[in-house]
Design a protein around this ligand. Structure first.
Ligand code: NDP
Ligand code: GDR
Length: 360
């Protein structure tokens, strides 16, 4: 039987990869897209189907996680077998600047969707995936982190996602809903948002290589993350909803790298020598003398409370779902850098991209 899925956040990195995967599997896919003053469908344009044609499998609906009536109506119209809640104000640093909005969209938005399912009598039919996050672990309690590691959120974003995590568990227990949390560690790709550190680095490496930029400003170089490839992670989301019983799973690679290492490998990919400058680099054995490309530490990018180390243990997902990451770290960096070598000159032609290149 052909299934129907509803994806919130379909225009984001994960939404785009997930939509692609579900369409390949024969699903009818409905996506919720925010109204924006400019086009925001760049990541899914290749999946576009003319709504006037027959047998259209991809449908977009205007909507917002802060608007209950809109979410209820879309849920009613689409009657999905599976809901993937990927929409969120997903930037940790931005959440310190927009804490109330982040709580509204990320925490209450999740509740709104669960209530829509319940109120419409879809609790038996509709399975629910929640985009939970390794940011829940926050301040290091245990390494590596697994489904049993205690949470200690360190940002308004993580606190909002903590509410979302527990409301999903609660609706599962209270109403028997098939609702699962994927506790996903950082995952990246060539279509990763430009303001997350990995893409910021690979874009800068490409721009520097092409002579279009001379400096990269970053914050905390010592932060360590467990970085995987987004394509692998959306497969894990789908697997979670194919299980007889709903549950919560960590998806991670089990490998950690620092921001500094990410910079070094990205620049090495393009044979660029680095000269480090800025806050704290002198004392830490960085090369501050040679190298042409400057990577400068700017405290502007430090966070009020930082998450120092995230390293996940994906054993439960491996055993129960048969899930494993397939893209090695260096291959992912290579993919991102190569893709940015092609896209950055185009971006820079467009004056409106000046902010995204220089001020993120
Ligand atoms: P992105 O930031 O790339 O995408 C977020 C999506 O949510 C976009 O489609 C965005 O729309 C949409 N959105 C934001 N606010 C609203 C709103 N108020 N109403 C409706 N839609 C909204 O995130 P990712 O794809 O990287 O991540 C997907 C989800 O997974 C997020 O919830 C994130 O918090 C979570 N997560 C991500 C991880 C990662 O490493 N990528 C790790 C763990 C969890 P628009 O395009 O218009 O901005
Ligand atoms: P994160 O991702 O906060 O882990 O959240 P991000 O790439 O923003 O930061 C990772 C680490 O890099 C440090 N850092 C910088 N970060 C940014 N963005 N810009 C910089 O210039 C910079 N310099 C150093 C940060 O301090 C941090 O330690 C991502 C998001 O996708 C969340 O939605 C998701 O839940 C988590 O991953 C898992």
């Amino acid at each position: 039987m052909q299934k129907t899925a509803l994806i919130t956040g379909i225009t984001g990195q994960d939404g785009a990869y997930l939509a692609e995967l579900l369409l390949e599997k024969g699903y009818t896919v409905h996506g919720i897209k925010r109204r924006s003053s400019s086009f925001n469908t760049g990541r899914i344009d290749h999946l576009y189907q003319d709504p006037h044609d027959r047998d259209v499998k991809l449908h977009l609906h205007y909507g917002d996680m802060t608007d209950s009536t809109n979410l209820i109506r879309i849920m009613q119209e689409t009657q999905p077998d599976e809901v993937y809640n990927l929409a969120a104000q997903s930037h940790v640093q931005v959440s310190f600047e927009t804490p109330e909005y982040t709580g509204n969209a990320d925490a209450l938005g999740t509740l709104r969707l669960l209530e829509a399912i319940r109120l419409l009598g879809l609790s038996e039919k509709t399975r629910f995936y929640q985009a939970s996050t390794s940011e829940l672990y926050g301040k290091v309690q245990e390494v590596p982190q697994s489904e049993t590691t205690p949470f200690y959120p360190r940002s308004p974003y993580a606190a909002a996602k903590l509410y979302a995590y527990w409301i999903v568990v609660n609706y599962r227990e209270a109403y028997g809903m098939h609702a699962s949390n994927g506790i996903l560690f950082n995952h990246e790709s060539p279509i990763r948002g430009e303001t997350f550190v990995t893409r910021k680095i690979t874009r800068a490496a490409a721009a520097i290589k092409l002579g279009l930029q001379d400096k990269l400003y970053l914050g905390n170089l010592d932060a360590e993350r467990d970085w995987g490839h987004a394509k692998d992670y959306v497969r894990g989301m789908w697997l979670m909803l194919q299980q007889d019983k709903a549950d919560d799973y960590v998806l991670a690679t089990g490998e950690k790298h620092s921001v500094r290492e990410f910079v070094e490998l990205s620049f090495a990919e393009l044979d660029i020598d680095i000269r480090w400058e800025g806050s704290g680099v002198d004392e830490q054995g960085f090369d501050t003398k040679t190298g042409k490309a400057v990577v400068s530490v700017d405290p502007r990018y430090f966070r009020p409370t930082e998450v120092d180390l995230l390293l996940g243990n994906p054993e439960k997902a491996t055993n129960a779902l048969g899930w494993a990451p397939t893209t090695p770290f260096r291959d992912m960096i290579r993919q991102m850098v190569r893709s940015d070598l092609r896209s950055v000159p185009e971006d820079l032609k467009n004056e409106s991209q000046a902010f995204s290149i220089k001020a993120i």
